[in-house]
Design a protein around this ligand. Structure first.
Ligand code: NAD
Length: 471
């Protein structure tokens, strides 16, 4: 069992003022795998003081110096990918397949920001005026448990590119993963105070960050409900706020698509990161006339999904992160059945032989109506809703009939037709014919899926204040 009893402040692992201890329980077998000491307001104060002092000099760093730091971080992370992947599997229960990819994506953030910096214009002209893009200040980074180190890496890389310093509050359920990453970042040798970490609860450490007058911006990834709370709290000091929130992403399969290929892909996609992915395509929109064949293909695909121990190479769906998350998903399965959706496969309870962990059966509901709660609310587990549509306009209307707007997917034999449909979807990212990622493309939500964008030049702008100098 590991004990994480220190924070990382001003370039050192330091004993925290906070004393509350939080148990880290394995999602796979419910064994106690670690304990983390949680910080408090005093610890946040120390971390912000360090970040504020470091900002004084780091704001003046050159582009070449920032690129050098990003390269150092990339090298340090790339030497430790195995350790980062293993601790993610152990603590979070993410599958080996997903955690391996997630670690590689963490690395790609450094490359992406280096590339962005090589072209980014920090000085521009507007009319006759010189516009300088200046670093916003100390950034409070608050992250969720579902790809914790990936979010810390992408937000830290962007902050460094902008000339900002940071105070990070990861999910209390990600302490082992954060510890591994923090040790790696420590070895990379950043200037003291640039990167600080305080473990703690959202309503203590999180609130201390979102209310602190010396924090200029919050970069938050997490649930919509917490994002709203953070936006309200941050307004008192007029912080800049970037919110990456939840989703209920539609996956439109047009009638000309290759269903034999598209439906299994849609099922496996919905279960990405064991269903605990903000961009998971959890609403599968299919032509009503093809519902029978879709049901057959989807059921067969779900029966091929391997739910099990996340360390095994073949596992597609691991356990839910916590018992609370397991109960939440079970509750939605019950709601789906009560609402009258047809349970196609999976359902309540744990798969046989997996009773010791937070495992959920790979579940599909069909004949789902878009006004049911299972079609409207983010479940964050391996539960897919198949929703039939009448025609293309109906599909677009259903896709957009949601409070969310993070991602969407369109599949068609005719790519230009799919792009025309994509243009009508209210979502920050629409993937055509498959699941894609581009670390340079802006990422973020329409509607209640978020505010602002991350990644590449668009993400960098969110950490900068334009200053007009009129001579
Ligand atoms: P969460 O909102 O419960 O917690 C996220 C973080 O916020 C945690 O560190 C938590 O301690 C902290 N927090 C909680 N209350 C706070 C408060 N009052 N003030 C400040 N901080 C507070 O989310 P979660 O359950 O950890 O993660 C799952 C959610 O994250 C899902 O809704 C998912 O869709 C979303 N998510 C979004 C994206 C995206 O890029 N849009 C990516 C991953 C996850």
């Amino acid at each position: 069992m590991k004990s994480i009893d220190k924070g990382y402040i001003n370039g050192e692992f330091v004993t925290l003022h906070g004393t509350q201890v939080f148990d880290l329980i394995s999602p796979t077998d419910h064994q106690l795998i670690g304990q983390v000491t949680l910080g408090d307001e005093t610890d946040v104060e120390r971390a912000v003081t360090a970040a504020k002092a470091a900002f004084k000099s780091f704001r003046k760093s050159t582009i070449a110096e920032r690129i050098q730091l990003l390269q150092q971080l990339k090298e340090a992370v790339s030497k430790n990918t195995t350790e980062l992947t293993e601790v993610m599997i152990q603590e979070y229960g993410g599958t080996r397949q997903f955690c391996t990819m997630s670690t590689m994506m963490s690395l790609s953030n450094f490359d992406s920001l280096i590339e962005t910096l090589q072209h980014f214009e920090f000085e521009r002209k507007a009319g006759n005026t010189l516009v300088q893009m200046t670093p916003v200040g100390v950034v409070g980074i608050i992250t969720p448990w579902n790809a914790s180190n990936g979010f810390i890496c992408s937000k830290l890389a962007t902050a460094i590119a902008a000339g900002c310093t940071v105070v990070v509050k990861p999910s209390e359920m990600s302490a082992l993963q954060t510890q591994v990453l923090t040790a790696i970042i420590h070895e990379a040798g950043l200037p003291k105070g640039l990167f600080n970490v305080v473990n703690g609860l959202g309503n203590v450490v999180g609130t201390a960050i979102t209310t602190h007058p010396d924090i200029a911006k919050i970069s938050f990834t997490g649930s919509t409900i917490t994002g709203k709370q953070i936006a309200k709290t941050a307004v008192d000091t007029i912080k800049r706020v970037t919110l990456e929130l939840g989703g209920k992403s539609p996956n439109i399969i047009l009638e000309d698509a290759d269903f034999e290929k598209a439906i299994p892909q849609a099922v496996f996609g919905a279960y990405m990161n064991s269903g605990q992915a903000c961009v998971a395509p959890t609403r599968l929109l299919v032509p009503k006339a093809k519902l029978d064949i879709v049901n057959q293909l989807a059921k067969a695909a779900a029966e091929n999904v391997v739910v099990g121990n996340p360390t095994n190479d073949a596992t597609n769906v691991g356990p839910m992160v916590s018992e609370k998350q397991y109960e939440r998903v079970q509750n939605y399965i019950k709601i789906g059945m009560e609402e009258g959706a047809t349970l196609l496969t999976g359902g309540p309870g744990k798969p046989a032989g997996l009773e010791n962990g937070n495992f959920v059966k790979a579940t599909i509901f069909t004949n789902v109506s878009n006004d049911m709660r299972i079609a409207r609310e983010e479940i964050f587990g391996p539960v897919l809703s198949i929703i039939p549509y009448e025609n293309e306009d109906d599909a677009i209307a259903i896709a957009n009939n949601t409070t969310y707007g993070l991602a969407a997917y369109v599949t068609s034999a005719d790519e230009s037709r799919a792009v025309k449909v994509a243009a009508q979807i209210e979502a920050g990212r629409v993937c055509v014919n498959g699941f894609k990622h581009d670390p340079q493309a802006p990422f973020g939500g329409f509607k209640q899926s978020g505010l602002g964008r991350e990644f590449g030049a668009f993400g960098l702008e969110e950490y900068l204040e334009p200053k007009s100098i009129l001579v």
